[in-house]
Design a binder for this molecule. Structure first.
Ligand SMILES: *Cc1c(COP(=O)(O)O)cnc(C)c1O
Length: 408
């Protein structure tokens, strides 16, 4: 079976960094990460959402308005709500999962404290128009770029390049780079950086020795299991368990808190040092990772377009954290792909305003609600190879011949 993702580390790297990981690795990882994206040294957190949570705490805000896309990862709105602030959800367009500038503009006012532009699946937002809206309507608002799964900051040539005050990256399983769990916060302002660092270092503890030891072993096993779970002979049984049972929900549904705004119990426990070592070894191949995702995804785009499948447009080349495809009947397509030995994903299969705990916002972003039900993502992990891209497209063509109603 072709897995929907493969972690960007090997089992060997997990074992090696586990044995050699030191405290210096965290500092080195933070420095190298900041450098790669043109920011001062980063701040490494146990989760991406922890970084946002701490940032909002340090800013000292409550009941402030924060504009986020309706179609984004639930943990972003959870962090906003659980710090006592107010999300303002911007809908996406009927044809694209990103929040367009006019929907951003509709949510922004002089009460806006923060805006969180999010290039979903690595597809850049409309940078010129975002820059205009920010300048005209919210010149003082804090701009946090959520690059958590996209790793796509505005390039130097972009009108948005100088605008982000901060950028957030996710390092959980399934992100472009992964340290098993984790998130990186990049901050422009040195004073704010110092304050956030002080807060983190004061509030985030190392577990007690016995618990810390268990945690380390658990993380080692998790790292090796994550590596194995997306390879045969484990992939097929793991996929079966995921489809037919709720045994793996603790790694999938519960991870995102889809039953109501919540944050993980261990959110303020410091990550084991070896995780940073794992990150360091991926930073060294970061450019290759992105180049490979683009090569595979361009191949998808070419083949799918040639066969009349609709693909999502973009002005600037995406980083393709995922390759999204819109279909009419998602469950049918996923099942048929699975029968042909292909596991496709359904990352973010909800719009945040429709989640439990957000009843006041329910249905407020109809485009996002509709789109969220119709997206799948095709495997595009480095190492997949162009021949497997072709296998996936051939399978889609065959499925469409049999079930034309499954497609748009
Ligand atoms: C994954 C993700 C996050 C946060 O990551 P965690 O480490 O899971 O807290 C935030 N925003 C987006 C868009 C994401 O995809």
């Amino acid at each position: 079976m072709i897995p929907r993702l493969r972690p960007p580390f090997t089992a060997g790297e997990v074992v090696t960094t586990f044995r050699t990981g030191t405290f210096q690795d965290i500092a080195a990882f933070e420095t190298a990460f900041g450098e790669l994206f043109g920011f001062p040294r980063g701040l490494y957190f146990p989760y991406g959402r922890a970084a946002l949570y701490v940032l909002l705490r340090v800013l000292g805000w409550t009941e402030r308005e924060i504009v986020i896309p309706a179609y984004t990862c639930a943990v972003v709105s959870h962090a906003v709500v659980l710090t006592g602030n107010r999300p303002r959800f911007g809908d996406c367009s009927p044809h694209h999962f990103n929040m367009p500038a006019d929907h951003l503009a509709a949510q922004v006012s002089d009460r806006t404290a923060m805006i969180i532009p999010t290039p979903v699946f690595g597809y850049p937002v409309d940078e010129a128009e975002y820059a205009r809206v920010l300048t005209e309507q919210a010149p003082g608002a804090f701009v946090l770029f959520d690059a958590a799964h996209s790793f796509a900051l505005p390039p130097k040539s972009s009108p948005l390049f100088h605008r982000p005050d901060a950028a957030l990256f996710g390092l959980g399983l399934g992100k472009i780079m992964s340290t098993l769990y984790g998130g990186m916060l990049l901050l422009r302002d040195r004073d704010l950086h110092r304050e956030v660092q002080a807060y983190r270092d004061g509030h985030f503890q190392v577990a007690r020795p016995a618990a810390e030891y268990r945690r380390l072993v658990y993380r080692l096993v998790y790292g090796l299991a994550a590596w194995a779970a997306f390879r045969e002979p484990w992939l097929t049984p793991v996929d079966y368990l995921e489809q037919k049972t709720s045994l793996l929900n603790c790694f999938t549904k519960q991870y995102y808190g889809l039953t109501g705004p919540s944050l993980p119990d261990d959110m303020t426990t410091r990550p084991p040092q070896f995780q940073a070592g794992l990150g360091l070894s991926q930073l060294a191949k970061y450019d290759k990772i992105i180049a490979e995702r683009r090569r595979l995804s361009r191949h998808y785009a070419r083949l799918l377009q040639a066969d009349g499948f609709g693909i999502f447009d973009h002005q600037v080349e995406p980083t393709y954290s995922h390759f999204p495809l819109r279909v009419a009947q998602r469950t049918g397509v996923l099942q048929e792909l699975q029968r042909r030995g292909i596991q496709a994903g359904r990352l973010i299969d909800y719009a945040c305003p429709d989640l439990p705990g957000y009843e006041a916002f329910q249905g407020s972003c109809p485009n996002a609600s509709r789109l969220a039900r119709s997206l799948i993502n095709l495997p595009n992990w480095p190492g997949l190879g162009l021949h497997r891209v072709e296998r996936v497209v051939t399978a889609l063509i065959k499925i469409r011949q049999k079930f034309p109603e499954y497609f748009l």
